[in-house]
Ligand binder design. Structure first.
Ligand code: AN0
Ligand code: CP
Length: 317
């Protein structure tokens, strides 16, 4: 593997899950691979899990790690060409990224959608500039339109918990006070569409995701109908994708908050969320604290998804 930005970079998903379970059972068995190799993690946005789990995965593989928060201590970066740089940004991405590449062997990047320009977001402008300019393998740690390390961890978790070959998995929109990217639901749909699960997406009208990610998934606007018979409920907020409302909040309807009554509609489903989660907006205290909540094992699998990806990149260096 050279770069990891998308489900397709994993190739056969059954094989990838198998490798993940092997790595999970023997996470220090590959520590020779990363000797004298350096992983650099660049954050344009906040993070708890991605920051820690990706470093842990790199350390399990024997790598050194360096973390840089662009907004805390680094120079603010200009990203557009042709700008007269007389404002508040002292450095251009065009120099900063090749410099970063000089000091490491693999670069992880977190750069969320800005909602300023849909085309730039959906063309993954920043992530692609890292790929073009760093000269290093690049790992998406959540970019503008996808969060594949998260979705890979989600898939591993579903495979560990599923009680039937073809579970019903429901991605449900839930309310949130701030406008959030579509990256997590996009990637989750992308991964689920590669499985043979019964996959359903439910959200209020106006929250349709990019058809490129939805593909043939069933979209059910009635949340109760969607939840019926579900084995896994995957909750997430996202802002509108469709024009002219791109990046906007259309609803904060707490009728969509996943509470005990919602879970009673399901087949005793497991509850999942990528975290961080706002309690009693996305999910009630009772549901997230219930035995059916698997948000912590899900987060634990972030170490494993990252380790499989870094292991494969190291193997191909
Ligand atoms: C981010 C998002 O929704 O994309 C990160 C999730 C992993 N969430 C927030 O900003 C709250
Ligand atoms: N799930 C996830 O990516 O969490 P962080 O934003 O804390 O990294």
């Amino acid at each position: 593997m050279r770069h990891f930005t998308n489900v397709k970079d994993l190739g056969d998903l059954k094989q990838a899950v198998k490798e993940a379970l092997e790595v999970k059972a023997n996470r220090y068995g590959y520590s020779h691979l990363g000797k004298n190799k350096t992983m650099m993690l660049i954050f344009f946005n906040s993070s708890l899990r991605t920051r820690l789990s990706t470093q842990k995965a790199a350390m399990n593989l024997g790598m050194n790690t360096m973390v840089l928060d662009i907004n805390q201590g680094a120079w603010k970066l200009e990203t557009e060409r042709g700008v007269i740089m007389d404002g508040d940004k002292p450095e251009h991405l065009f120099e900063a990224v090749p410099v970063m590449g000089c000091y490491c062997d693999i670069i992880g990047v977190r750069s969320f959608a800005t909602f300023e320009n849909k085309e730039n977001d959906y063309n993954e402008k920043i992530l692609n500039q890292f790929i073009e300019l760093s000269g290093r393998p690049v790992v998406s740690m959540e970019a503008a339109t996808g969060h594949p390390l998260q979705s890979f961890a989600d898939l591993i978790t579903i495979e560990e918990y599923k009680k039937k070959e073809r579970p019903k998995v429901v991605l449900t929109w839930a309310p949130h006070p701030r406008a959030l990217p579509q990256a997590v639901p996009n990637s989750f749909a992308d991964f689920m569409n590669e499985t043979d699960y019964d996959f359903v997406i439910t959200h209020p009208k106006g929250y349709e995701l990019d058809p490129k990610f939805v593909r043939n998934a069933v979209v059910e606007y009635d949340q109760k109908k969607a939840f019926e018979g579900a084995d896994f409920i995957y909750a997430k907020n996202w802002s509108a994708y469709a024009d002219p409302n791109y990046g906007q909040i259309l609803s904060k309807d707490r009728a969509w908050t996943v509470d005990t009554e919602h879970m009673e509609w399901t087949n005793n489903a497991y509850f999942m969320h990528c975290l961080p989660v706002r309690r009693n907006m996305i999910v009630s205290d009772d549901v997230i604290e219930s035995p059916q909540s698997i948000v912590i094992p899900e987060a634990a699998n972030r170490e494993i998804s990252a380790q499989v990806v870094l292991k494969r990149i190291l193997e191909s260096l």
